[in-house]
Design a protein around this ligand. Structure first.
Ligand code: NDP
Length: 448
């Protein structure tokens, strides 16, 4: 038998050959496979059963046409997808993304990450992801509704409360989940548990909207507690201004930190006095406007075009909460030079492979998305539990459980890293801890 390192390399090369047109998926694979070699060395059974080849191949990829009519009566068409990647631990679970950049490669990377993220929560959920290249920006409410109805008309054939349970992601929030749910109900039946991230009015969970952003901050809180520190008075750079970023900022304030930036795909706000959270919520959640509106109300803040990660500001904490690959190597070096000590990823794969390596080498506590942003899916799984019970828990109960889950995830990543001789390498810890759980279940279930 070849050694574990050669085995992982062979699998990696084969994936590159077969998926060479899927750069984001390959990036996720290239980040993942090398880190689990120390674990494979101690567990030859996974190599004997070629688990790496199985686990990197989606169980099912569904692609479909989404026809819809715009407000001018024109016939439009987009691509819809659902990747059902791995069901070893439970029904497929993962969000839906509506964004023009969505394609098979992006969704495969997201679904692959989701498998291990979901495993880290300790809850019984497999990994999946879906979405469309539909661009919700600038669309009327009626167009959004028509699109969601058409999308779900097809997706409904493949999902169900014990089969595959989508949620939101970029471009899919409470409004879209409402329309998607309405159509599912009309076609199939009233199954509260078929989607999560539902509005509270029809069996959503308290705390779900806040869960991803809050969870990323809780992760950092537990990490800092290990260093006998708190978030108190620490400055934070936050990117994004959507669901994850807003509630990351909220929790940072609650725990005494000072977030000074937020961003969208055009530019960013630098507010030295600290981001005005109520104003941000009003602009993004109520008025659904762009960030340029912010400086009209707060003239002392700056709106700067371009990426927040190309900006020099001294801070100890960074919470990238926008999208994949927003931090490249140059930005990572800049962050290190500006005194960053903790990078906790609210977004999925916001750091390029080189940026992540740079953080690890520089001794920055790099908290990868699959661990740090697992709070969202964890509360989604709690939403499923509540739906099964026909109950809605109190906010405090959900929040307490979220904090506990994030503590457990952090400690699991920390301890797994130490066990494999890579203290403080939370990326390695997260990958091995997630993989161990899924791989064990796969072996027990046989070749399926
Ligand atoms: P939203 O749609 O609510 O917000 C996305 C934010 O990111 C917006 O500010 C958006 O700006 C910005 N953004 C999107 N694409 C780009 C881009 N290409 N370049 C720069 N900025 C961009 O999404 P979420 O907050 O829900 O998701 C943010 C990230 O968190 C994603 O990576 C998602 O996968 C991840 N995540 C989300 C979870 C959730 O529960 N929602 C759970 C776990 C992870 P603009 O308005 O200009 O597009």
């Amino acid at each position: 038998m070849t050694n574990a390192s050669e085995y992982a390399k062979k699998v990696q090369e084969k994936i590159h050959q077969r998926s060479n047109h899927e750069p984001e998926f390959l990036q996720a694979i290239d980040e993942f496979l090398p880190t689990i070699i120390p674990f494979l060395e101690n567990h030859p059974e996974y190599q004997e059963h070629n688990i790496l080849s199985l686990i990197t191949e989606p169980e099912r990829v569904i692609q479909f046409r989404v026809p819809w009519m715009d407000d001018n009566g024109n016939w439009q068409v987009n691509r819809g997808y659902r990747i059902q990647f791995n069901s070893a631990l439970g029904p497929y679970k993962g969000g839906l993304r509506f964004h023009p950049s969505v394609n098979l490669s992006v969704l495969k990377f997201l679904a692959f990450e989701q498998i291990f993220k979901n495993a880290l929560t300790g809850l019984p959920i497999g990994g999946g992801k879906g979405g469309s290249d539909f661009d919700p920006k600038g669309k009327s409410d009626a167009e959004i509704m028509h699109f969601c109805q058409s999308f779900m008309t097809e997706l409904a054939k493949y999902i169900g409360p014990n089969q595959d349970i989508p949620a939101g992601d970029i471009g899919v929030g409470k409004r879209e989940i409402g329309y998607l749910f309405g159509t599912y109900k009309r076609i199939k039946q009233y199954d509260a548990g078929v989607l999560t991230g539902k509005p509270l009015e029809f069996w959503g969970s308290q705390g779900r909207k806040e869960a991803t952003g809050y969870g990323a901050v809780y992760f950092a809180k537990h990490l800092l507690a290990d260093l006998s520190e708190t978030l108190e008075n620490k400055k934070a750079i936050v990117s994004g201004s959507g669901n994850v970023a807003i509630y990351c900022i909220e929790k940072l304030y609650q725990l005494g930190a000072k977030p000074v930036t937020c961003s969208d795909s055009n530019g960013f706000i630098y507010d030295k006095a600290g981001i005005d959270l109520e104003l941000l919520k009003e602009i993004k959640e109520v008025r659904r406007e762009r960030l340029t509106e912010y400086v009209k109300v707060r003239p002392n803040a700056q709106y700067i075009e371009g990426s927040v990660w190309n900006f020099d500001v001294e801070a100890e904490l960074a919470f990238p909460c926008a999208t994949q690959n927003e931090i490249n190597l140059d930005s990572a070096k800049r962050l290190v030079a500006n005194g960053i000590r903790v990078v906790a990823e609210g977004a999925n794969m916001p750091s390029s492979l080189e940026a992540a390596d740079c953080f690890v080498e520089a001794g920055v506590y790099y908290c990868p998305g699959k661990a740090a942003n697992a709070g969202g899916v964890a509360v989604s799984a709690l939403e499923m539990s509540q739906n099964s019970q026909r109950l809605q828990w109190e906010t405090e109960e959900v929040d307490e459980r979220l904090d506990g889950i994030m503590k457990h995830i952090y400690q699991n990543c920390r301890d797994t890293a130490i066990e494999h001789g890579a203290k403080d390498n939370l990326m390695l810890g997260a990958n091995i801890a997630g993989f161990a759980r899924v791989a064990e279940a796969m072996l027990i279930q046989g070749l399926v």
